[in-house]
Design a protein around this ligand. Structure first.
Ligand SMILES: [Fe+2]
Length: 252
């Protein structure tokens, strides 16, 4: 089973379209949340994402736009974007966002794998450092967890040989489509983040996603350039905070 993992699209239609155009053949799509928030194309992104399949976990920005979270937990820019998103969503898409399940979820097509937005212990928790990853790695009863939320592509492993530090894919360019394959080992526990499609924060502006092959037992990380200018122009034209447009260029 080849599973396309997408996360943190954040209403960036241009990035999503480029990622899907570059995605290798797959049998299943799993969306790890934050479909909306920050960007200017929430309805277009929801429509496209819903057409890819039925498996989603909700993100904190999905909850915020759906009115399921107190906006005081957000910084002012994120809160403004959430209010803008709620105001611009169609009633049907708003209802769909409200109905998204809380992670972790598991799916019948892939055994011993779970999917969550933040951490398997708390959907809103950030897994950024090896220390953050330690407890979920140790207590998970499934070996493989796919997560999003941090917008940083990479993985954590319970195998001491991986050094405890985050595993980050290595790329050669800054502006071309590239991929980086990593063989997984049975018996090791992993937390793996496919990266963010619509607002990467790992210093690489390209849209990030990943493909998990359950037969090969491997993960392939991908980066793909997209029409950055168009996504930025849409954010500025929507009168969303300017910072949401400028940060896309630096991947921060
Ligand atoms: Fe996010």
């Amino acid at each position: 089973m080849r599973v396309l993992l997408i996360s943190d699209i954040h209403s960036n239609l241009e990035a999503l379209a480029a990622a899907l155009a570059a995605a290798p053949a797959h049998d299943l799509v799993i969306n790890l949340g934050d479909v909306v928030g920050y960007g200017a194309t929430p309805n277009e992104v929801i429509d496209r994402a819903r057409g890819l399949g039925k498996y989603f976990v909700r993100g904190n920005h999905d909850k915020a736009a759906a009115g399921l979270m107190d906006l005081r937990e957000f910084n002012p820019v994120a809160a403004l974007a959430a209010i803008w998103t709620t105001e611009h969503l169609t009633p049907e898409n708003l209802e769909w966002l409200r109905s998204l399940p809380q992670g972790p979820i598991q799916v019948p097509e892939v055994a011993e794998v779970q999917f969550v937005h933040g951490s398997p212990l708390d959907e809103d928790e950030y897994v950024v450092t090896a220390r953050d990853a330690l407890e979920p790695l140790l207590i998970s009863n499934v070996p493989l967890t796919f997560f999003g939320h941090s917008h940083v592509q990479g993985a954590f492993s319970s195998n001491p040989r991986d050094g405890g530090a985050p595993v980050r894919p290595i790329y050669r360019s800054v502006g071309k489509a590239e991929s980086s394959e990593w063989a997984l080992e049975r018996g090791t526990h992993y937390l793996i983040n496919p990266g963010s499609i619509g607002q990467p924060r790992d210093g690489d502006w390209r849209a990030a996603f990943a493909l998990f092959d359950s037969d090969d037992y491997s993960i392939t990380f991908h980066r793909v350039p997209y029409d950055l200018k168009k996504a930025q122009d849409r954010i500025l034209a929507a009168n969303l905070p300017q910072r949401l447009a400028t940060r896309l260029a630096t991947g921060r």
